[in-house]
Write a protein that binds this ligand. Structure first.
Ligand SMILES: NC(=O)c1ccc[n+]([C@@H]2O[C@H](COP(=O)([O-])OP(=O)(O)OC[C@H]3O[C@@H](n4cnc5c(N)ncnc54)[C@H](OP(=O)(O)O)[C@@H]3O)[C@@H](O)[C@H]2O)c1
Length: 262
């Protein structure tokens, strides 16, 4: 692909995307970035990625915005001073509606994307939604960009807060679950490095199995659960306890926070 991309905000997510593009064959000299943190600028420059001036979007086909939500308002004011007519704008900023961008920039084609951090190793999942102004070619292009860091699912914008709560924040819940497994194993006397491998590989293997199997999750769960066995003993604690309610509450809190950020 010979399109030129500028990433504004090359922090965790911005760099995950850049890494993904590079490892899936995008040319270094088509990728630019703007970042207010000098250490980020030096580090990416040292890797051969060129930084751009904020007011230089002349040859740029795609702008990817990856700053924190609280930095967006002033960035949009800066961007509004540029001519962006031939540019598609993809934003990964959590909780900011397409309308927020169009209120300041006019009716530009805007794609709202919600990736997650496994994108760093090409195993993310990104939810995408597009404004009415985005044409088919721009949709295909955006999909291709995000597919370089994992899988892509298109959504209506109305769904984005729950998507954020499930997949955007989701890796943190999974990491926490793994931490809990490790904690229990260590408490029972296992060495931490062994516990870590055991717990991570269990989650990794189970997720892959669920993905590849034709059986649904309940059937897969039943397969592990013999009557009167160890799994049943554990699942009884989880189902009789607050596990489901706790997850539901946590997801609702994340969704509410995403709505508040709008
Ligand atoms: N991390 C995730 O899992 C995840 C998942 C989905 C979506 N997102 C979204 O991705 C966005 C970035 O998150 P992150 O975790 O990557 O944040 P981050 O690591 O803090 O990266 C943001 C970068 O943008 C720079 N910056 C701030 N204002 C700028 C401006 N006006 N012009 C140029 N650069 C600017 C920051 O520099 P300073 O440090 O100097 O301010 C920082 O280097 C957020 O909106 C978040 O909602 C993140």
């Amino acid at each position: 692909m010979n399109k030129k991309i500028t990433v504004i905000g090359a922090g965790n997510m911005g760099q995950s995307l850049i890494r993904g593009w590079l490892s899936s064959g995008f040319k270094k000299n088509n990728i630019f970035f703007i970042d207010s943190d000098p250490t980020v600028v030096i580090s990416l420059n040292n890797q051969g990625i060129e930084s751009k001036d904020l007011f230089d979007f002349r040859d740029i086909d795609i702008i990817v915005i990856a700053v924190k939500p609280q930095a967006l308002d002033s960035l949009l004011v800066d961007l509004s001073l540029n001519s962006l007519e031939d540019t598609v704008l993809i934003s990964v900023v959590a909780g900011k509606k397409i309308k927020t961008y169009q209120d300041v920039l006019g009716n530009l084609p805007i794609i709202r994307a919600m990736p997650n951090t496994p994108a760093t190793i090409g195993k993310g999942v990104t939810a995408l939604c597009a404004s009415d102004e985005v044409n088919e070619e721009q949709k295909v292009l955006s999909q291709k960009l995000l597919e370089s860091v994992g899988s892509v699912i298109w959504f209506e914008e109305a769904m984005i807060d729950i998507v954020t709560a499930i997949s955007g924040s989701g890796p943190a819940y999974v990491f926490y679950f793994i931490e809990c497994l490790i904690g229990s194993a260590v408490q029972a006397g296992m060495k931490e490095d062994l516990a870590r491998e055991l717990a991570i590989m269990t989650v990794y293997g189970s997720a892959n199995y669920a993905l590849e199997s034709e059986q649904n999750l309940q059937e897969l769960r039943k397969r592990v659960t013999s009557p009167g066995g160890t799994t049943e003993a554990a699942l009884e604690v989880l189902t009789n306890g607050d596990f489901k309610d706790c997850i539901n509450l946590a997801i609702n809190q994340a969704k509410k926070r995403s709505e508040e950020l709008n």
